[in-house]
Design a protein around this ligand. Structure first.
Ligand code: C5P
Length: 397
């Protein structure tokens, strides 16, 4: 089963008779778990209507660059940022030429220029147009720029000729698109992750906890699995679905999280600590529900173990990555944490009203002893992949 779980795929459709297959492609991408938006060129709209794509994708279809209303809703820059990958299928000979020239005179061209996500094209054209030196030179330029090319296949063509230039089938294109995210950067490695909040019992019905949603940790777990790692996710209580190919162990308290980490850490190559572990827990857990008989109530708390610091201090410690959620002086606090906890890397982010904890987006400052890198505001899934790429690079040094 291919997976595009939580992926934003922008499907560009340009003018070719193969556009009829793009309707099926939207279905296949969605079946794999993707959220799909379609950008239709003027030529594409001659072959298939926006309504078809709107009905299949469940999203409005994007057609115009210079339409103030459309730009205000979700303009070319927003779409370029939204996309985890852009797949242009079909990519006509004309669109390929325009992409090679870097033209931004229509919406799809502008999106392709404005994105830093992977772009893939699925060429579709008459076999003579395909064989033409102009087309082949354009394709070579695109490949040199890192643009992926899926197909074309060979066989009977709508024009009655036979040869190369047929767009690949929808299921093949969906599988190739899923492969964009399967980097293999961590294949053969085991990644141990802690995520979410912890709950520290006060009595049988109450606990101390925090606002952590677990989204950042789960996104990193997914990215690690896509990078080919075996992933063990030790999670506090969250409302999130377990990402595909991730082994999840549920815990509640910091102490349980600590014990479970210690059971698994010896076999891990990388430890990533995204959990918002409660620093303190009540010393005494009341056996029965505490009654509101007094005007004030004092809870006596004791420190929880610091899981990250304990892992970093192990004799054969894995590559350790901690998080620092700060309300101010981000870099200074993160630097101090890197040294005090003896970890290999710290990913720091600002938290506060409406930032980070329950949000779908975040921004990270990634510090190691040698360097620092700022990852701009993006979806937590995008940041998860960027962070896994950095960790993979560092880990192999
Ligand atoms: O010291 P502070 O809580 O700010 O450090 C944050 C980092 O330490 C995070 O990576 C968090 O997961 C980890 N941590 C931990 N155990 C604790 C407290 C924090 O592993 N008891």
């Amino acid at each position: 089963m291919i997976s595009l779980n939580n992926k934003h795929i922008l499907l560009g459709v340009s003018g070719s008779i193969a556009a009829y297959k793009s309707a099926e492609l939207v279905r296949r991408l969605k079946d794999a778990g993707a959220d799909v938006r379609v950008a239709l060129t003027k030529g594409g709209a001659e072959f298939i209507t926006p309504l078809t794509f709107q009905a299949l994708s469940g999203n409005p279809v994007h057609t115009n660059l210079l339409d103030t209303e459309a730009e205000a809703a979700m303009g070319h820059i927003a779409l370029a940022r939204w996309a985890d990958a852009i797949l242009v299928a079909p990519a006509s000979a004309n669109f390929i030429a325009r992409l090679a020239q870097g033209r931004a005179d229509d919406l799809l061209g502008a999106i392709c220029l404005a994105t830093d996500s992977t772009i893939a094209i699925a060429p579709a054209m008459n076999q003579q147009m395909w064989a033409n030196t102009a087309t082949q030179e354009n394709l070579q330029q695109l490949r040199q720029r890192g643009i992926l090319q899926f197909g074309p296949g060979e066989g009977d063509q709508a024009c009655g000729e036979t040869g190369p230039g047929r767009m690949l089938e929808a299921n093949q294109l969906a599988a190739h698109t899923a492969n964009i995210f399967e980097t293999g950067l961590l294949s053969g490695r085991t990644v141990l992750l802690i995520a979410g909040p912890t709950q520290e019992a006060i009595d049988p019905v109450r606990y101390l906890s925090n606002h952590s949603s677990g989204k950042m940790g789960y996104a990193i777990a997914q990215a690690a699995a896509e990078a080919g790692a075996k992933v063990i996710l030790i999670s506090g209580p969250t409302a999130l679905a377990t990402p595909p190919r991730v082994e999840r162990i549920n815990v509640r308290s910091a102490q349980q999280m600590f014990d479970t980490v210690m059971q698994h850490v010896a076999n891990s190559d990388i430890f990533i600590s995204t959990a918002a572990v409660a620093d303190y827990r009540p010393i005494n857990i009341a056996q029965q529900k505490i009654k509101k008989t007094k005007d004030t109530l004092t809870l006596e708390l004791q420190r929880n173990p610091d899981i990250l610091a304990a892992v970093a201090a192990l004799k054969n410690a894995p590559f350790t990555v901690g998080f620092a959620a700060e309300t101010e002086s981000l870099e200074q606090h993160a630097q101090e944490k890197l040294e005090r906890k003896g970890v290999d890397m710290i990913a720091a982010n600002l938290v506060g009203e409406g930032i980070a904890f329950e949000a779908d987006e975040n921004a990270l400052l990634v510090l190691t002893a040698e360097n620092k890198q700022q990852l701009a505001t993006a979806s937590k899934f995008m940041l998860g992949r960027q962070l896994i790429n950095i960790i993979a690079k560092q880990h192999h040094i």
